[in-house]
Write a protein that binds this ligand. Structure first.
Ligand SMILES: Nc1nc2c(c(=O)[nH]1)N(C=O)[C@@H](CNc1ccc(C(=O)N[C@@H](CCC(=O)O)C(=O)O)cc1)CN2
Ligand SMILES: Nc1ncnc2c1ncn2[C@@H]1O[C@H](COP(=O)(O)OP(=O)(O)OP(=O)(O)O)[C@@H](O)[C@H]1O
Length: 198
């Protein structure tokens, strides 16, 4: 399947989900994420976790379930979220705390108010939770087509774990992958954890 077709199909599939479907699937994904952290002892190393904040009207995975659980149970973890620079199409990255003031951007994505806050370098990130519309059995992904995450993930350390979160199972293969596409290491769905790198 090509990216354009996958994008259309999965945008349509998402629209069929009720708010309750998204919530239930997001809870299963969050549970699998914390099981994965525990199994690999990742939380012990006080990792820095970068996550997207969900676009509610697009029925994205509700990452707030993961964030709130980290704030209550894993207080040694640092959470970073992206802010989109509309003029350069680049992402900048800022700390997220329970008291961080947020504003919605033009796509309905909550972002920290960045006055006087220093941005954080992608070299600091140990885990990145990656938004997607579709992924394939090799770990390739398709987003909204802006190339934001492809550019961002290229700046992360090679040992940073790139973990996709998907409400749906993978497709067999995305056929028109490009040199600049950065594949996922892992993808978590409501049903299972897909591992793409050893
Ligand atoms: N939650 C979240 N944050 C993210 C991303 C994401 O996919 N999800 N991005 C990942 O790169 C970046 C923002 N990228 C985006 C690019 C385009 C549109 C957009 O055009 N939205 C249209 C609908 C798209 C469609 O239906 O085809 C809109 O809101 O009208 C939204 C986000 C950075 N932050
Ligand atoms: N590192 C990069 N440098 C320059 N252009 C890039 C880079 N990464 C991706 N692009 C370009 O960005 C455009 C969109 O890429 P693609 O269709 O893979 O986006 P996507 O992965 O669906 O979106 P997103 O990453 O925002 O979720 C393509 O034209 C691609 O060539």
């Amino acid at each position: 399947m090509d990216k354009v077709t996958a994008r259309q199909q999965f945008l349509a599939k998402r629209k069929t989900l009720s708010a309750n479907d998204v919530k239930r699937r997001s809870e299963l994904i969050a549970r699998r994420f914390f099981d994965f952290l525990k199994k690999h002892g990742l939380a012990d190393k006080s990792p820095t976790i970068h996550t997207f904040l969900p676009i509610k009207r697009q029925n994205e995975v509700d990452t707030w379930l993961i964030i709130r659980h980290i704030w209550s149970e894993y207080t040694n973890l640092r959470i970073i979220v992206p802010v989109t620079d509309i003029s350069t199409n680049a992402l900048r990255h800022y700390n997220l705390h329970p008291q961080t003031a947020l504003v919605e951007n033009r796509w309905g994505i909550s972002e920290p108010v960045t006055d006087s806050q220093a941005s954080v370098s992608p070299a600091d990130f140990d885990i990145v939770l990656v938004p997607l519309l579709a992924f394939d059995e090799q770990g390739n992904r398709v987003g909204y087509g802006g190339g934001f995450y492809d550019r961002f993930l290229a700046d992360c350390r090679p040992d940073c774990r790139k973990i996709g979160l998907s409400l749906f199972d993978p497709i067999k293969q995305i056929e028109d992958t490009e040199q600049t596409d950065v594949p996922l290491d892992i993808c978590i769905t409501p049903d299972r954890v897909w591992l793409f790198s050893q």
